[in-house]
Design a binder for this molecule. Structure first.
Ligand code: SF4
Length: 278
């Protein structure tokens, strides 16, 4: 077994394996961090990392009750961040009555491993609807088809149905009362909604279990082959290790920016990488 016994599968880890088994190997087995820039120009890419991180923190503070006037000062110096913030305040994407859980982390066991997720916001309404909100700050709006295919949409809904009982007095969320909403800071009037149901829940459980078992069957690097779809290499930090080119992809072509803050948050924050447009 290559993974430590306390390894937890995030959607980012599973997505990495789906996109390229070798990327999973570098990142989660060997824990190689940033051997090359993900995108260029580098300075602009780093600005976007920072801005995306700030936006998520602003919304978190707002949900926690920090006054808007106070938060408005934090966006004054950055035109794009100010625009996102205005869009957020105008659209009120999560304006629904209920108990709010910003930056919620949930985990559950699956196939003898732990699966975990960090949610931007979960709201449990008085009617016992369970709403997952996820903020996206990319220039481009990711299509519904691509969002549906991402591990994030599967893992977040499945895990809330599995582990959400801790939020509402021990009542397990029925899948049919659960919904995921992606809200796009650059496309505020066009969110994407993904309802859930028991059939999809059962399908997700089988799919994710099989995927985890496939990952864990790997015994050495050879069991984690380089992807044959080289478009995945364009924004991948491991290009030099894989001899898949030196030039990073253009930052303007990215659909989302990662939010890495520390190595401990590595798995969680790299979830945003899943939004890169391929
Ligand atoms: S550079 Fe390409 S082959 Fe190498 S880890 Fe990244 S996506 Fe996989």
């Amino acid at each position: 077994m290559l993974l430590s016994a306390d390894f937890q599968f995030s959607q980012a880890a599973l997505q990495a394996f789906m996109d390229c088994p070798r990327r999973f190997y570098w990142r989660y087995v060997r824990r190689v961090r940033w051997p090359a820039p993900q995108a260029q120009p580098l300075v602009e890419h780093e600005e976007r990392l920072q801005r995306g991180w700030l936006f998520h923190r602003l919304v978190q503070q707002h949900v926690l009750g920090v006054p808007e006037e106070l938060l408005a000062r934090a966006v004054q110096a950055d035109e794009l961040l100010a625009r996102w913030w205005e869009n957020y305040l105008s659209a009120h994407p999560a304006q629904v009555a209920g108990q709010r859980y910003p930056e919620l982390v949930l985990s559950a066991s699956l196939a003898d491993w732990r699966v975990m997720a960090k949610y931007d916001l979960v709201v449990v309404t008085p009617e016992k609807r369970w709403l997952i909100f996820d903020w996206k700050t990319a220039q481009r709006r990711t299509s519904r088809r691509k969002l549906l295919a991402r591990l994030q949409t599967r893992v977040y809904r499945y895990l809330l149905a599995r582990a959400g009982a801790c939020l509402a007095g021990g009542v397990t969320p029925p899948p049919a009362q659960l919904e995921m909403v992606y809200w796009f800071a650059n496309h505020p009037a066009d969110p994407e909604h993904f309802p859930y149901d028991a059939t999809q829940f059962a399908a997700d459980e089988e799919y994710l279990s099989n995927l985890i078992m496939e990952v864990c069957a790997g015994q050495d690097a050879a069991d984690f082959p380089l992807t044959t779809q080289e478009r995945h290499c364009r924004y991948c930090s491991y290009r030099s290790l894989c001899d898949r080119g030196k030039e990073a992809g253009d930052v303007d072509e990215m659909d989302e920016v990662p939010l890495a803050e520390s190595l401990d948050d590595f798995d969680l924050d790299l979830e945003q990488i899943a939004e890169i447009e391929f």
